[in-house]
Design a protein around this ligand. Structure first.
Ligand SMILES: C[S@@+](CC[C@H](N)C(=O)[O-])C[C@H]1O[C@@H](n2cnc3c(N)ncnc32)[C@H](O)[C@@H]1O
Length: 400
């Protein structure tokens, strides 16, 4: 049955006709987010923040960056102490969105470890021109700081030492959707359908690729569970983040020594690949509203899929990374001192009350177990020197 909300825009009609009428869901997601002329990210049409399409932790104010800076500074000092020589210590942000995390992280380091600043270089890695333009406006206000934009390929040819951060980026990677139906597996596709004079999109089942077959063969080991789970119904749909293995492989080549922090919507494999979760984790976002109709308003919405914790860790380990540890964002931020920030609000003078209440609300949102507090922090390290021991303050007991 046709979903009446899945009207196909003109640019996508032309594209689909050019491809014979259908494409994989993976290609569809890539196009609607990253197509240079029509993608939601690529055009910079999307807005991140309270008044935009969705909120991320850095978009709620600078407290997320100030707390994260505590861990980043620890790691940079660990690198310095280990005697590793490097022209700069790099802070690489992958997928910087509005650029606020990069900016606020540097400003926080200026405050808490001013002696480090002259040794730091900020590198922003952004796929989409529209987002990069927005980042330029935010980051240009950083005075006396070395910063530049780069891409993974250039960084591979000139690797760096430092800290790599990917906050809410992997969830925006295009995914393969797998459809299990009548004991068979299919690759989900998206097809154009014409009704009277209107074009709509509908899901179709395609033959699985060799990569999907390989994933299925490896899945029990990769996910540490039986896959697909027992007792799935007649139709069970899920996602596979097929670009994550090659992403870890490339990233391991851009970093000589240092750490990688991935923060994202994530779930253990048993929750992710649960028989009851019969339509996966994929949702679309626009104007702060989550929507399960992922073919609606193509190119005008964000699409996001959770990452699976076990497979993400496995892909990192098999691609040159060591695992430092993993926790929920709420725990991590409390360990880095969030309760002190809340406590300090008690001293607010009465003429700053409204700003203090807003800040309190944002701090609580960062640790809300039903929201951003449930995000996962997964940290990895790469080292050529055995002397490098990186701290794990974000995993410690919260500071009271
Ligand atoms: C959900 S936004 C997150 C923005 C930001 N990190 C934040 O937390 O506010 C995803 C960002 O990643 C970018 N992006 C998506 N895929 C990417 C890739 N493969 N490499 C680099 N950036 C990517 C998008 O253009 C966008 O800027």
């Amino acid at each position: 049955m046709i979903d009446p909300t899945a009207r196909c825009p003109k640019w996508l009609i032309d594209h689909l006709i050019g491809c014979g009428g259908s494409i994989s869901f993976y290609r569809y997601m890539d196009l609607v987010l990253n197509d240079p002329e029509n993608g939601f990210y690529a055009t910079g049409r999307l807005n991140i923040g309270k008044d935009g399409d969705f909120c991320t932790s850095p978009s709620l104010g600078n407290d997320f960056a100030r707390l994260l800076a505590v861990q980043v500074v620890d790691w940079l000092l660990d690198l310095e102490k280990s005697g590793i020589k490097s022209e700069f210590f790099s802070i690489v942000e992958i997928g910087p969105g509005e650029g606020t995390l990069s900016r606020d992280l540097i400003l926080a380091i200026v405050e808490i470890a001013p002696a480090l600043i002259s040794k730091i270089e900020l590198i922003l890695v952004e796929l989409n021109v529209g987002m990069r333009k927005r980042q330029e406006k935010v980051v240009k206000n950083l005075k006396g700081i070395n910063y530049r934009w780069s891409n993974v390929e250039d960084l591979i040819s000139r690797p760096v030492t430092g800290v790599v951060i990917a906050n809410e980026v992997l969830d925006a990677f295009p995914v393969e959707r797998l459809v299990f139906r009548e004991n068979k597996v299919f690759r989900q596709g998206v097809s154009l359908i014409r009704i009277n004079d209107e074009y709509f999109l509908e899901f179709i089942d395609l033959k699985p690729t060799a990569e999907i077959i390989k994933f299925l063969k490896e899945s029990n080991t990769l996910l540490k569970m039986q896959f697909p789970p027992k007792d799935i119904g007649n139709r069970w749909v899920t996602e596979w983040h097929c670009d994550v293995p090659s992403w870890f492989a490339k990233l391991s080549k851009i970093l000589v020594n240092g750490s990688l922090l991935v923060v994202d919507y994530a779930m253990e494999s048993k929750r992710y690949y649960n028989a009851m979760r019969s339509d996966g984790t994929l949702v679309s976002y626009r104007n702060q509203e989550a929507n399960p109709y992922v073919l609606k308003d193509s190119g005008l919405c964000d699409l996001t899929a959770h990452i699976c914790i076990e497979s993400t860790i496995n892909y990192a380990l098999t691609n040159g990374w060591k695992f430092i540890g993993e926790t929920r964002q709420g725990q991590a931020l409390l360990a880095l001192g969030l309760s002190n920030f809340l406590y300090s609000l008690q001293n607010t003078s009465s003429n700053n009350l409204s700003a203090a209440l807003n800040r309190r609300e944002s701090l609580l949102r960062l640790v809300d177990p039903m929201g951003l507090g449930d995000f996962r922090w997964l940290a990895f390290q790469k080292n050529n020197s055995d002397d490098l021991i990186l701290g794990k303050r974000f995993l410690e007991e919260p500071i009271s």
